[in-house]
Design a protein. Sequence first.
Length: 97
Amino acid sequence: MIQHGPGDSIGRFLSVADAAEVLAVDVEAVHDLIQSGELPAIRVGERGPWRIERTQLEVWIDDQYEATRRYSVWHQGEFANVVELSGARSRGIRPVD
């Protein structure tokens, strides 16, 4: 369990449970992110527990914010006339010479 208090440090590496707590998701969701390669993690020993570096988790969180921002910006655009934006004319697409 992560202790958040003045002067407390959560250390360099987090357990899967700690990462799940930080992300407010269940442990299985973190395992899925690790198994997919989306969330960088290391295994302690050949079959030991997974550990997530705190700074890598922070980078991953920042990446998720950026991906969400880009998605929102892309979908806020009003592309009512895609044909006009593509450069094609209303009477049809001009054949390539």
